[in-house]
Write a protein that binds this ligand. Structure first.
Ligand code: ADP
Ligand code: MG
Length: 253
């Protein structure tokens, strides 16, 4: 099932520098949001905060009705304990620019590892699910391959299958095609496109504006740790008045 994501006044600092500066954002359950913005604007940090890979310095993140990320009680920051964090992370899949597959495990082992270890799934059940996911990403015949035997595009599709094996309610993609040779970008975007609106809430950082236009319900445009434009895809991408967005689009198109 998909879940809403609600960000309230998110602040994140690294060594005194404010990297996320009061981010407010509501993401509807099951929707697709693309985050655009120049390098260094805080896009990765925002995804990493949602996935508990970074600690917040302020603000709250809620995922779904019951799951509370961080909560400010008065001035004090309330932190989840490690069990609560693990429970929340189990519902969030993340796909990185570098695919991060385990190099010494086969494609199948990469995919069944987390469901067996984290969700205590039986091997047989995990394997069945992995095979159906490999089919879904077009790699049914490759389950016994080692990651390095695959192209970058194929490895990234395995990484997507691995994230999906946990049945996530939220999927975060951080520039999933930026490390790929141009001819391999399409096959990965195609897989992501098929996932869109299938009942997972998706947040995608990408410079692929054509893809964003096709797939995203909403666009969020970030600059220097702030959201400077957000709204329905066409409204944002076709806004001739917004010079920041226009200038950015001119650099990536
Ligand atoms: P983007 O993904 O939009 O390119 P990032 O979120 O990666 O931007 O980075 C935003 C800013 O935060 C950059 O200036 C970067 O140098 C800084 N930053 C990111 N992670 C760290 C870190 N772990 N320690 C210090 N600074 C960081
Ligand atoms: Mg980044």
């Amino acid at each position: 099932m998909a879940e809403t994501i609600e960000l309230r006044n998110i602040t994140k600092r690294f060594s005194g520098n404010t990297i996320l500066d009061g981010i407010n954002l509501d993401i509807a359950a099951g929707s697709v949001t693309v985050i655009l913005g120049p390098s260094g604007s805080g896009k990765s940090t925002l995804l990493r905060c949602i996935n508990h890979l970074e600690k917040l310095d302020g603000g709250t993140i809620r995922i779904g009705g019951n799951l509370v990320g961080y909560q400010q009680k008065g001035q004090a920051l309330y932190e989840l304990n490690s069990r609560q964090i693990a429970a929340q992370r189990a519902q969030i899949g993340m796909v990185f620019q570098q695919f991060n597959l385990f190099p010494h495990r086969t494609v199948l082992q990469n995919i069944i590892d987390a469901p067996m270890r984290v969700k205590n799934q039986r091997r047989q059940q995990a394997v069945l699910k992995a095979r159906s996911l490999l089919q879904q990403v077009g790699l049914a015949a490759r389950e016994n391959d080692w990651p390095q035997q695959l192209s970058g595009g194929q490895q990234q599709r395995v990484a997507i299958a691995r994230a999906l094996a946990m049945d996530p309610e939220v999927m975060l993609f951080d520039e999933p095609t930026s490390a790929l040779d141009p001819e391999l970008v399409g096959e990965v975007l195609q897989v992501i496109k098929k996932l869109a609106h299938s009942g997972i809430t998706m947040v995608i950082v990408t410079h692929e504006v054509g893809f964003a236009r096709e797939v995203a319900d909403n666009i969020v445009f970030m600059e220097e740790g702030k959201i400077v434009a957000a709204g329905p895809t066409r409204e944002i991408l076709d806004d001739r008045q917004n010079l920041r967005v226009r200038n950015f689009l001119a650099t990536v198109l």
